[in-house]
Design a protein around this ligand. Structure first.
Ligand code: ADP
Ligand code: MG
Length: 250
């Protein structure tokens, strides 16, 4: 049985249809990555899945034993706040030192307990957020662009860590990423989102699909094209968009 299953999800903000008729499932233990241009509804989809917002249409079914560890895209911490890593892990709920230290170790940040949050590097900060998400022993980790702002070796190391965590704990992972070539090697499945699910499947299937190529181009340069691509078709969100035209242009 799936851990989480979304059917026909739709979300509008005012006049703008941000998600239209999105179906997806996540099964125990798999790593699923969502890719898509800026503003394509990735964070909105994650928020619907974790229950941080209610979709306007469709439904989300969750397994009775589903336990989510969620790392949102942006987490601002006041740099003037004298907050150590150890204290941060006790927010919002007090956790015993042993459990917190185990989560830190698992996130590859075991030595950072006494360090001030404000002095951490980007990669260290992400590991602390990961540790906090691991505290409650989730069976689904949800990470929204966890490597944003990290350099390439930094994000490659972070993805390796995610794979290790999956192997150790058996938890499923759903993440959003822009680093397509790195993500490709660590994901069991990729979902390409642009308001609707453009294509999905194994990394190989997605990388070779015309829809994916239309969005990202081919090769590693495609990761850059993400930020400046234009559609060859209009996204009128009636789900009648013309994939044949994408094939022509791909
Ligand atoms: P992504 O994560 O793929 O970059 P988002 O899901 O954050 O995309 O946003 C999708 C679209 O919805 C964007 O155009 C964004 O401006 C809009 N949007 C997101 N959240 C809100 C909100 N709370 N109110 C109004 N518009 C929103
Ligand atoms: Mg986002």
């Amino acid at each position: 049985m799936a851990l989480i299953k979304a059917t026909g999800l739709g979300v509008s903000f005012g006049e703008t249809l941000v998600l239209n008729d999105v179906d997806m499932t996540i099964s125990a233990g798999e790593i699923v990555t969502i890719v898509g241009p800026n503003g394509s509804g990735k964070s909105t989809l994650l928020r619907c899945l974790v229950g941080a917002m209610t979709p306007d249409r469709g439904r989300v079914d969750r397994a009775p034993d589903l336990k989510i560890g969620y790392v949102p895209q942006k987490l601002m911490i006041d740099p003037t706040l004298p907050l150590t890593v150890g204290r941060f892990l006790n927010l919002p709920r007090k956790t015993d030192r042993k459990t917190a230290q185990a989560a830190l170790d698992q996130a590859g940040a075991g030595a950072l307990w006494d360090r001030p949050m404000s002095g951490l590097s980007g990669g260290q900060f992400q590991r602390i957020l990961l540790a906090r998400a691991l505290l409650e022993r989730p069976n689904l980790l949800v990470l929204d662009e966890p490597t944003q702002g990290l350099d390439q070796p930094g994000s490659a190391a972070f993805y390796r860590l995610i794979e290790e965590v999956r192997t150790e704990t058996g938890c499923a992972v759903l993440m959003v990423s822009h680093e397509l070539h790195v993500v490709m090697s660590t994901s069991d499945r990729v979902i390409c989102l642009n308001g609707h699910v453009c294509c999905h499947g194994t990394p190989e299937v997605v990388a070779n699909s015309s829809e994916y190529r239309a969005l990202f181009g081919t090769g590693t340069a495609g990761a850059l094209a993400l930020y400046r691509h234009e559609h060859s078709h209009s996204h009128d969100h009636t789900c009648g968009h013309d994939h044949a035209r994408e094939k022509e242009s791909a």
